[in-house]
Unconditional design. Sequence first.
Length: 254
Amino acid sequence: MKTFWGRLSRKKTIPPRDWALPDGVIAYAIGDIHGRLDLLLPLIAKIEADLDYAEGVKEAYLIPLGDYIDRGFQSREVIDFFAAYSHPKLKLVPLVGNHELMLFDFLRDPATGPRWFAVGGRAACQSYGVPVPVEVPDAVLADTAKALKAAIPRSHTDFLLSLQLEFRLGDYYFVHAGLRPGVPLEDQKVTDKLMIRDAFTQGDHGFDLCVVHGHTGVNEVTMEAGRIAVDTGAFATGKLSAVGLMGTERWIIA
């Protein structure tokens, strides 16, 4: 069950309890990318090399945790990469983030545009060749949304519509932001799964599973009792990270 990068970071592979994946299953979860294809490509190369080195693999999963777009200047290129991604061993299971939700909201209701633009949506529009001025009059918002919808290729639309809200694998639960403590799993709100921060990260969430998430930025991949935080702020820090999981082992790839 050894992997190349796992061997290099062996001291970080021991979990607080024996959270585990099924025998022969390996998974890689990638933190928030935010339009940084330049960081994504070398990270994918490291993950694929790690998988080639792994022993006893029966199933392999690549799980981006959402927020592919905004802030960075390569939103279109990141979506283009994942829309076309194929690997003979790695199964891609892409999750949705709150920034993709804001894109959907804007295309459905242009009045939500200013809120999205304020947190990086302008960069995503520009990557699709749709310039957005600093001040956007209400009368222009509908035209901007229409132009963006026309500029997004069908393959990108298909990819975005295929994004999953969550993914469960063994003792691990993959989701963009987290879960609301004290609320049964089946009653969790979509908004919490995509946008919760302090209520989830500041304390034990109480679920009998380990949540792997992005959304809340950390200096380095953080492994706590019941969660693993993988968002190392790629857009601002230039560091895109992933966590590898197999059996009860964990390791960082960055």
